[in-house]
Design a protein around this ligand. Sequence first.
Ligand code: HAM
Length: 421
Amino acid sequence: MKLQSIKGMNDIVPPDSSTWQLAEQLLGDILQSYGYRQIRLPIMEKTAVFERSIGDVTDIVQKEMYTFEDRNGDSLTLRPEGTAGCVRALLQHGLLNQQNRKLWYIGPMFRHERPQKGRYRQFHQIGVEVFDLAGPDIDAELIMMTARMWKTLELTDLRLEINTLGTVENRRQYSRELHQYFSDRRDQLDADSINRLERNPMRILDSKNPSLGELIDQAPRLDQYLDEHSRAHFAGLCEILDKAGIAYSVNPHLVRGLDYYSNTVFEWITDSLGAQGTVCAGGRYDGLVELLGGKPTQAIGFAMGLERLIELSETRLTREDRSAVDIYIISTNEALAAEVLLYAESIRSAAPRWQVICHCGGGSIKSQMRKADRSDAKLVLIIGEQELVDSTVTIKPLRNQAAQFTVPRSESIEALREFVA
Ligand code: HAM
């Protein structure tokens, strides 16, 4: 039987891995420029971390977690998302008392969903979590930062939807009201919505079933249940976004699938990826730190799915080929292997950013040249017996018509600079 990767869990192999590296670097630089610091978290937590945070009646916790028993009987779960573990770590290390509470992370997440284009069982997120900031200014900063990311990646067909869920109390009241409304019309609901009715009636508003459209449109609206403070917070956010020239639409049906949200929620959505169009999503979760045993602490964050983002920005990311080889070194004789390796070391010391490949494994000059050609290197360098005796190297440009020439190895870096930017 052939060994295969697990369904929905993909290898990222060259040249795609170069595209990923570039995306990660561009996004990491932006996070750094806003003063966010990276936090690295385990990919597994005790199951209770997720059950208590995400909500034990959500789809993620009920149907999608990879949960198993450790050898000592502990129940462990592969993280389905990063927020819960981040709050756990923050509390564990007392980071809330420290200066920098603007954090970001990157890494794989695991959800046992039905795999399809844009939806995987192991996928990757870059996420941001910010603590102890109450005003709408930080909500706006996060959205402006993501807008800058899309600009850098040259993405134009993303639209922003925002909504406010009000306080936990506002939500609770509204949820009760919705439960009543949909229970009275239970015979019009589909199986999925009936399921959501008891677990979280607000998720019915999220339904993609067009035949429920009218029923949902006529349902009570959350904005009637918002308190003054929540209204003012949301108005403050809208005002900054208007001033920043960031277009958005308020979607009263945007409720999010995780229980910890309150007040601002937002999603960046594209129509070019089919059904899995949400590229980045997040919001406030002012109650979560307390729920996990800390002092009441405001918090907000988001996460973007890297698979979806990279698929969208492929043109931008593949234009800049970070895997481009600069120099390929060959020799006429296997006995010169040490000479080749040491010469390559000296080039790397002098020009650390150049990509230098040593041909290993011998072979005829012809076959070595063919490999150099296939590597797309700019130059092939040849060390033969004569070059050994004279301490020289022969340089053969591969990408233009310039003739090959021989220089003393001690002067070769200068000569190479003519060809390698
Ligand atoms: P989420 O909406 O569950 O939120 O996921 C965020 C993003 O991860 C989605 O918009 C999508 O791009 C990507 N994603 C989710 N599931 C999959 C999947 N199965 N395959 C591919 N991509 C996927 C969260 O995870 C929250 N922790 C975000 C957050 C951070 N809220 C506050 N702080």
